[in-house]
Design a protein around this ligand. Sequence first.
Ligand code: GDP
Length: 531
Amino acid sequence: MGFKDELEKRRTFGIISHPDAGKTTLTEKLLLFGGAIQEAGAVKSNKIKKSTTSDFMEIERQRGISVATSVMAFDYSGLKINILDTPGHQDFAEDTYRTLTAVDSVIVVIDVAKGVEPQTEKLVNVCRMRNTPIIVFINKLDREGKDGFDLLDEIEQKLGLHVCPLSWPIGMGQRFKGVYNLFEKKLQLFSPHGKLENPEEIIEIKDLEAVELENSVGKGPADELREEVETIKGIYPKFDRNDYLKGSISPVFFGSAINNFGVKELLDCFVQIAPQPLERITEERVVKPDEKDFSGFIFKIHANMDPKHRDRIAFLRICSGIFERNTNYLHVRLNRKMKFPNPTSFMAEKKMVIDEAYPGDVIGLYDSGNFKIGDAITSGEALHFTGIPSFSPEQFRYVNNADPLKAKQLSKGLEQLMDEGVAQMFTKDEDGRRIIGTVGALQFEVIQYRLEHEYGAKVTYEPVNLYKACWISANNIKQMQEFKNKRKREMATDKDGKSVFLAESAWSLKTIQENFPEISFHFQSEWKNNQ
Ligand code: GDP
């Protein structure tokens, strides 16, 4: 099979949800359809549950699971589908943000009873920044939940998506009869714990006035469905694939992942509409997937679980050309040629060494500390991929060295953990003190634990009252200089040497913005001019 065919076969996507909405269950069912696993329960949830305050073995165990489930590939309908796993735990949201840079589309899972939850909102926001095509799956229809129209309203308002239902539920919970596929005009009747293939449950009903509808679901539900479908036609636009690909419309499906219901419809639609590997933007130019020369970027780094071996796995998304084993490539940031003898692909729980990989694929590279998140590897061109921003952390602490003899180990450990993207570190301009910023409290414990066990360094934390880290920009160089001089105490430098303003509160930031109107404050390390 030629390069072009391989490229056109790839579909790389991520599933995002608030914890417990059903992401793991849906992933598992998709893998079952694809034949990548044979039984339910094979995909371990990568949820990190904080059962006791220092349950580090649990964290370690979970880290192992999340390496195994980082990329799950399966074949379906002639396509090669790559699902990139995204941690559900909100303390690891930054990991998820970065994984979203490596996908070409996403499926958002929403719990019918809970509706749009905070984590869903944050993650969809990140997708919208990049106009990533989104399909919505409303899950757990076997339970009582919110009214379908109310849910769609909520999705439009809270997630800022324009929706277009492609299936519609008939009742829910005890009264759940099934879904009507508006796209294919087929009725699918619900039976709990459905088998993977259950064709006799699907009835083609082209005309909703047909009496088969009553015969299948009863008079009341049939009338209700007719009325609701009329309303849908009146409110929502017709599905247009181009609008979906531009990220301006999101098709919505209803189902119940645990009961295998509505999952095949979702998958069948996904393979028809989801984009093949998309182009990627670099500082230099746009990289098209069908270019001959290879290029890719690192979006995730995972430390080895065994502290005696400090090697790590760096995850590379291939953006163009063919990646080949044992070939000399350019590590752009280090300006160094590198070869990879053991590139690994992941198939559910199995790992294997691969000889080549294509755009859309994600492979693991063994790394002894050469990679940082965002690094580019290419056939030779010096490309710098954009769109892999750092976001302002939510929690901040000073980090102090608790063992003066181990200062070197501490610096090395901190540097490597930051390269991995475990947290962010800012060095204060005034006194060189280091501040660690994270999305959640759990990372502070992880860092402390890993510094001690992997690097032999001990740290203590000290509270620091901060609201956000703001990357700053200004056209007016004079005002920028004046600002930096005046606010010297609050200035720091991030890992890439960029200036960051550490704001104490939303209120103080607002006042400062008023005093320095020509300075822009950004809550992320990359921005467009209008943000
Ligand atoms: P995740 O945190 O998003 O990965 O959620 P899981 O897939 O682990 O699911 C969370 C819980 O919801 C588990 O107990 C699942 O068995 C349950 N669940 C998943 N899908 C359904 C569904 O369609 N109906 C019902 N009733 N429960 C479901």
